[in-house]
Design a protein around this ligand. Structure first.
Ligand code: UT7
Length: 325
């Protein structure tokens, strides 16, 4: 088996910033409630002309430049998203066309907020076996178009963005261990009820606002803490290291209180966690990868360091990995 690691990475955030104060004018909420309950101060919102594929392409171009590769050298594109450009075809195919990577295979990964880690695990298998040389894994979302802007319990939480990595045969940024899990018995806790075959679009589904995201926040919160702490410790054990050897934990950025509880449960000091939830909110599949890009850029992860990535989302799904930078 080949070693697999990160040859390049990049991210893109839309320019428009929506602050908690802006939200106070849209729904009955307050900056104080949002900050104390979630840790979020502001989030980015995609421009009307931007699609999820555009955010993905912008992040991918940076990752390719850092990897010193052209789009033509990519063998496989995996786009993790729960906000595809359209239900069919896959957003990855649109990304392939926009990037100009004609020889790449392309498909989407559907694991909500854990999607980037699922994509990373899937993509890394092709590199490990030698089936593909270069795999582009992207987490990209425009959540602002699927949240219900009249529902204060969800609309304040989410934001838009994208992050990408290029995987290849290298010991640089090597993926040492991975772990994935899911629990479909809790699928109802976080979902977009309509728009699939169970409830195709009708006037009734639109009137019921069933094409928007619905979440049982408190239940998701509890499951997230348990699953992320457990997944994090599993990836650490599989990497053959001890929790104290981890230099930086990069968790899915949904809520500061979830992250604090995960760190406490896993017994890892809070100073080791990288946070950007205050600036971007929950960007679902883009969250973990954007946070990892920033952690590296800000030298919170240095050469030789062990970084733990851990995510949780609808499905329910979760995943983790240990990377030696
Ligand atoms: O990405 C992975 C999936 N997502 C997550 O991991 C998110 C998981 N859940 C959470 O982060 C939290 O559950 C929330 C932030 C969504 C909610 O926090 P909470 O402490 O669980 O609050 P709650 O849902 O129990 O609501 C408490 C109160 C309610 O009022 P009453 O019924 O106590 O009078 C809500 O109506 O807060 C009210 N509330 C708000 N008030 C002001 C809910 N949203 C808001 C709001 N502004 N935006």
């Amino acid at each position: 088996m080949n070693p697999v690691g990160i040859l390049g990475m990049g991210y893109y955030l839309p320019e428009k910033v929506l602050t908690n104060t802006d939200l106070e004018k849209m729904v009955e909420t307050s900056d104080e409630w949002i900050r104390t309950r979630t840790g979020i101060s502001e989030r980015r919102i995609a421009a009307p002309h931007e699609q999820t594929s555009d955010l993905a392409v912008a992040a991918a171009r940076q990752a390719l430049a850092q990897a010193k590769l052209t789009p033509q050298q990519i063998d496989l594109i995996l786009v993790a998203t729960m906000t595809p450009d359209m239900p069919c075809p896959a957003t990855s195919c649109i990304v392939q066309a926009k990037l100009g990577a004609p020889q790449a295979a392309a498909t989407d990964v559907s694991a909500a907020c854990s999607g980037f880690l699922y994509g990373l695990v899937m993509g890394s298998q092709f590199v490990r076996t030698g089936a593909y040389r270069h795999v582009l894994v992207i987490g990209a979302e425009i959540l602002s178009r699927v949240v219900d802007w009249t529902d204060r319990s969800t609309c304040v939480l989410f934001g838009d963005g994208a992050g990408a990595v290029v995987l290849g045969q290298t010991k640089q940024g090597e993926i040492l261990s991975t772990y994935l899990g899911s629990d479909g018995t809790k699928a109802d806790l976080l979902k977009v009820p309509a728009g699939g075959v169970q409830a195709p679009a009708t006037h009734q589904t639109v009137d019921a606002r069933d094409h928007f995201l619905k979440m049982s926040g408190a239940e998701v919160f509890k499951s997230a803490v348990r699953a992320m702490a457990d997944a994090g410790l599993k990836a650490i054990a599989l990497a053959g290291i001890k929790p104290e050897q981890v230099a930086c934990v990069v968790p899915h950025q949904a809520n500061i209180r979830i992250i604090d509880a995960v760190m406490e449960r896993a017994g890892i000091p809070r100073e080791k966690v990288y946070l950007n939830v205050s600036r971007y909110g929950n960007m679902s599949a883009a969250s973990t990868v954007v946070a990892f890009c920033e952690a590296v850029k800000e030298q919170r992860v240095k050469p030789g360091d062990y970084a733990l990535l851990v995510a949780f989302g609808a499905g329910l799904t979760w995943g983790s990995c240990v990377i030696r930078w």
